[in-house]
Design a protein around this ligand. Structure first.
Ligand SMILES: *[C@@H]1O[C@H](CO)[C@@H](O)[C@H](O)[C@H]1NC(C)=O
Ligand SMILES: *[C@@H]1O[C@H](CO)[C@@H](O)[C@H](O)[C@H]1NC(C)=O
Ligand SMILES: *[C@@H]1O[C@H](CO)[C@@H](O)[C@H](O)[C@H]1NC(C)=O
Ligand SMILES: *[C@@H]1O[C@H](CO)[C@@H](O)[C@H](O)[C@H]1NC(C)=O
Ligand SMILES: *[C@@H]1O[C@H](CO)[C@@H](O)[C@H](O)[C@H]1NC(C)=O
Ligand SMILES: *[C@@H]1O[C@H](CO)[C@@H](O)[C@H](O)[C@H]1NC(C)=O
Ligand SMILES: *[C@@H]1O[C@H](CO)[C@@H](O)[C@H](O)[C@H]1NC(C)=O
Ligand SMILES: *[C@@H]1O[C@H](CO)[C@@H](O)[C@H](O)[C@H]1NC(C)=O
Ligand SMILES: *[C@@H]1O[C@H](CO)[C@@H](O)[C@H](O)[C@H]1NC(C)=O
Ligand SMILES: *[C@@H]1O[C@H](CO)[C@@H](O)[C@H](O)[C@H]1NC(C)=O
Ligand SMILES: *[C@@H]1O[C@H](CO)[C@@H](O)[C@H](O)[C@H]1NC(C)=O
Ligand SMILES: *[C@@H]1O[C@H](CO)[C@@H](O)[C@H](O)[C@H]1NC(C)=O
Length: 761
């Protein structure tokens, strides 16, 4: 009996082993996204090639200056430029130094990057050639990457980084794979109209997306807060409405359109964003929205408004079309991409006017720049009947305008558009995010990751870009339908500019981008595998530090206790010391600070204490700038005078400032987050702790006068408007300001006697 069992077990294992081997040989490497990969069969030996001993990334010199011409960017990097970034990434992630060398062939033990557009197998889901495909061959002699173009090689380098992170000893399994994206448009859209984001944030987001092989960052560059029907003209004129592009004074055609220079992108900044995103294979796709969501235009030219609703343009007003042509005439030359979006969403005037508007603008944009035009889906063409004259409801938009579908009440992407030969991007609102309150039962503030994997939703299976409706097959074309361009997930800022800080857009997408990226590419990760792989590779995503991590041995990041400093001058010396004093960090990290302020010693109730005398003429500066969630920032200080009680900056850093205006306040992303009034007085010593825990930020204040300190705890909250119908208080997660204590413009004089940062909260 026992013997039989063992035999059975043996048979089972043999069968299973054979099955697994077979499955393996036509299988996928886990990665985000997965990679089709055939492991070498045992006759060739099974093993791994480690990057540890690679000295050179060899570029096929024939292609060093080659660029991909098929992608959507007009500023594609060369193979050499991509290779240089790969080498930087290898250095950052693995601390390995490699050289880039040009040669005509592979060399034993090294990595060789080449291009072969004609090689078989570079096909997308519809069976068409894709320049983003690549083949990778790994064996004992090294790695050979053959891209369909330099962009294909770039995606291959993401595969190498991910695999080296996932296998021990920075190694990649022997084998061979040909990997192609199923769809050419893969990415996200950020509403930068209702909320500003600085250029660096956008570039870091591109780096984040790129690690997971997404290639499209759609920027919704203009919009306004919701046009509540009860608003008066005056309300409309004061309502938050923005276009983020800042043209210089020579551009007379748009003079006065943008009045907010500090929350805009100049042409040079926008160039820089596009170039730095393209450097990692990501194309910025700009959108300027009209004839709906167009309040920024009517605040500039009120005569263009459509009746009472100033967010809509009156298309039949004689100045409307010329105005839009003028706006595009200025900004088209800023955009280094083949497709631009003119918005054209949620218009409430007549369909005929809408068609006329879209077609005229598309014609203008095509004639002036050769660019293709995209609009949001709405007013789909009538399913039957003859085509009417221009401007009539029976003359729909041109078929060469691509459609971004988002909701079935606007259009049925497959039956209305694709079956009529329009190309469509799938932005169905299953993956919409409203940062950070989308109304009761409304859009969530994070992407629903389990929905991408089809988990917890029996019968639907994993989501794919061809699934407009996971629950209704009649709305979905087959995956190989050539009119599906791909998918873009959108994040909207309907609650307006003060609802979130910049990084909260990243946190809303943190898991969602990589989860969707697997599906956008055509990968087949399960939810469980995703969690496993994500945890291993995510902390190393190169080119960004969106979480504002600080390397640290242990939870204490820095700890400045001024006791070890020499008391250079007495407290009553008015002129600050001209000397720079090094302030030793007593944590193991050695993040020493420096100060040009004087140091004093005073005997306080709790014993002798050494402290730094802060004035507007001197400061204490750390080598750090900002720390993301979680943290506890602790500061012990007292304030002897303030220049302006409404504008006192205690501590400032890259992403935020800690202020007294007059309660404790965090200033971040252009907004003030104030604590409610409290009885705390900073005239005497107060221990202040700023605590970031998950998506919330707190303050704890312990006045030293209250013996055995009564601590006051409060939370920083965002008070957001609900479209003119009330307010709501929501969490806010603000980075710690770390760089400068006191100094020019800070507006206060006082003392600080300890200053520390921990990553625990
Ligand atoms: C690449 O282009 C640069 C500048 O145009 C040129 O100096 C260089 O020789 C070219 N390299 C190769 C390998 O063709
Ligand atoms: C390794 O791969 C290269 C490229 O395909 C091939 O030429 C070479 O013969 C392979 N070597 C071994 C030992 O399999
Ligand atoms: C649109 O403009 C035309 C021409 O100026 C005007 O006759 C019409 O009343 C306007 N329509 C609305 C709804 O504002
Ligand atoms: C799009 O199609 C229209 C109508 O057929 C045509 O007039 C226009 O030139 C096309 N635009 C582009 C950019 O191809
Ligand atoms: C779509 O394209 C096909 C193939 O070119 C053509 O036969 C068909 O008439 C087109 N349909 C429409 C609605 O334009
Ligand atoms: C996420 O999506 C799944 C599958 O569609 C659904 O069952 C679940 O309720 C969603 N979760 C949230 C928080 O909306
Ligand atoms: C499924 O989609 C078709 C086509 O859009 C539509 O007519 C039908 O009502 C949908 N069914 C359900 C249950 O939503
Ligand atoms: C910083 O050092 C002081 C003095 O050694 C100690 O009392 C305090 O707990 C330390 N702070 C942190 C956050 O470790
Ligand atoms: C831009 O300027 C406005 C008006 O002065 C101000 O409210 C806002 O905070 C500034 N934005 C940033 C990001 O500093
Ligand atoms: C931050 O704290 C929250 C709440 O305790 C916890 O859920 C989260 O995992 C922590 N995050 C980090 C990065 O430690
Ligand atoms: C904050 O985090 C909590 C716990 O994870 C979550 O329930 C809540 O929805 C989050 N709030 C926002 C605004 O994201
Ligand atoms: C606060 O003071 C700083 C430095 O003097 C100044 O640049 C800033 O404009 C002031 N802010 C306000 C709101 O007054």
């Amino acid at each position: 009996m026992a013997r039989l069992s063992i035999t059975c077990l043996y048979l089972l294992v043999t069968l299973l082993g054979g099955f697994l081997e077979h499955a393996d040989s036509t299988s996928y490497l886990e990665g985000i996204p997965t990679i089709p990969f055939t492991s070498h069969d045992s006759s060739q030996g099974n093993g791994f090639f480690s990057l540890r001993n690679v000295q050179k990334i060899i570029i096929d010199k024939k292609y060093a200056n080659a660029t991909d011409q098929d992608g959507s960017t007009l500023i594609p990097p060369t193979l050499l430029q991509f290779a240089n970034i790969f080498v930087e990434d290898v250095q950052t992630i693995f601390k390995l130094s490699m050289d880039v060398e040009l040669a005509s062939q592979h060399e034993e033990g090294q990595v060789f990057l080449t291009v072969d557009r004609g090689r078989n197998g570079f096909v997308d889901a519809a069976g068409r050639f894709t320049s983003e495909g690549y083949q990778v061959e790994v064996n004992a002699t090294g790695i050979i990457v053959t891209g369909a173009s330099p962009l294909g090689v770039w995606w291959a380098t993401r595969t190498l980084l991910q695999q080296a992170l996932l296998h021990k000893d920075i190694s990649i399994p022997w084998g061979r794979g040909t990997d192609n994206p199923g769809w050419a448009t893969r990415g996200v859209m950020l509403d930068v109209g209702r909320h500003f984001y600085p250029a660096d944030f956008l570039v870091e987001m591109c780096a984040y997306m790129s690690f997971f092989k997404q290639n499209t960052f759609h920027l919704h560059l203009s919009d306004n807060l919701w046009n509540n029907p009860r608003y008066t003209t005056d309300d409309f004129m004061g309502l938050y409405a923005r276009l983020r592009l800042w043209a210089d004074d020579n551009e007379v055609a748009v003079r006065g359109l943008n009045r907010f220079a500090n929350e805009s992108y100049t042409r040079q900044q926008f160039d820089d964003i596009q170039t730095r995103c393209a450097a990692r294979g990501v194309t910025v796709l700009p959108e300027i929205e009209a004839p709906g969501h167009a309040l920024v235009l009517t605040q500039w030219k009120p005569q263009l408004a459509y009746g009472r609703d100033m967010s809509l343009l009156n298309i039949s007003h004689p100045e409307t079309i010329p105005t839009m042509k003028a706006v595009w005439g200025v900004f088209l030359k800023w955009f280094h991409c083949k497709v631009v979006s003119i918005g054209a969403d949620e218009y409430q005037g007549p369909a005929g006017d809408y068609y006329y508007f879209v077609n005229i603008l598309a014609g203008f944009i095509g004639a002036h720049s050769g660019k293709q035009v995209r609009t949001w889906g709405m007013f789909p063409p009538a399913r039957d009947g003859p085509v009417g004259p221009p401007g009539s409801a029976r003359r729909p938009i041109f078929q060469n305008i691509s459609i971004q579908h988002w909701e079935f009440f606007e259009d049925d992407a497959y039956n209305d558009y694709i079956r009529n030969n329009y190309s469509v991007v799938n932005s169905n609102d299953d993956f919409y995010v409203v940062n950070k309150y989308g109304g009761e039962g409304g859009y969530p503030n994070r992407i629903n990751v389990s929905r991408t994997f089809g988990d917890g939703d029996s019968g639907s299976g994993p989501w794919r870009p061809n699934l407009f409706d996971q629950h209704n097959a009649t709305r979905n074309p087959p995956a190989d339908n050539p009119y599906i361009l791909g998918a873009i997930a959108a994040l909207w800022n309907d609650p307006g500019p003060n609802a979130s800080v910049y990084s909260e857009a990243y946190y809303a997408w943190r898991e969602g981008i990589p989860a969707l990226a697997d599906k956008h590419w055509g990968g087949n990760l399960s939810g469980g595998a995703f969690n496993r792989v994500f945890a291993k590779i995510h902390p190393y995503t190169p080119g960004q530090n969106l979480e504002r991590r600080i390397p640290s041995n242990g939870p204490v990041v820095f700890n400045y206790t001024f006791d070890k400093l020499p008391a250079l001058q007495s407290a009553n010396t008015l002129s600050p010391s001209p000397l720079l004093t090094r302030v030793v960090d007593t944590s193991p990290n050695g993040y020493d600070a420096e100060t040009d302020c004087s140091i004093s010693t005073e005997t306080l109730a709790d014993g002798s204490s050494t402290f730094v005398n802060i004035t507007p003429d001197c400061s204490l500066r750390t080598p750090l700038t900002s720390k993301g969630r979680n943290y506890t920032l602790a500061l012990s200080l007292r304030i002897t005078s303030k220049d302006d009680p409404t504008n006192t900056t205690l501590l400032s850093g890259r992403d935020s400032a800690l202020m007294l205006t007059p309660t404790l306040t965090l200033f971040a992303s252009g907004n003030y987050y104030r604590l409610p009034p409290s009885k705390i007085s900073f005239d005497d010593w107060v221990d202040v702790r700023i605590i970031s825990r998950g998506n919330q930020t707190f303050a704890e204040m312990t006045p030293s006068s209250s013996s055995h300190g009564t601590t006051i705890r409060q939370e920083f909250r965002a008070e957001i408007g609900l479209h003119g119908d009330g307010m709501k208080s929501v969490e806010i997660a603000i980075e710690a300001p770390l760089h400068t204590l006191g100094g020019a413009g800070s507006g206060w004089t006082g003392q600080a006697r300890s200053f520390s940062l921990s990553s625990e909260a």
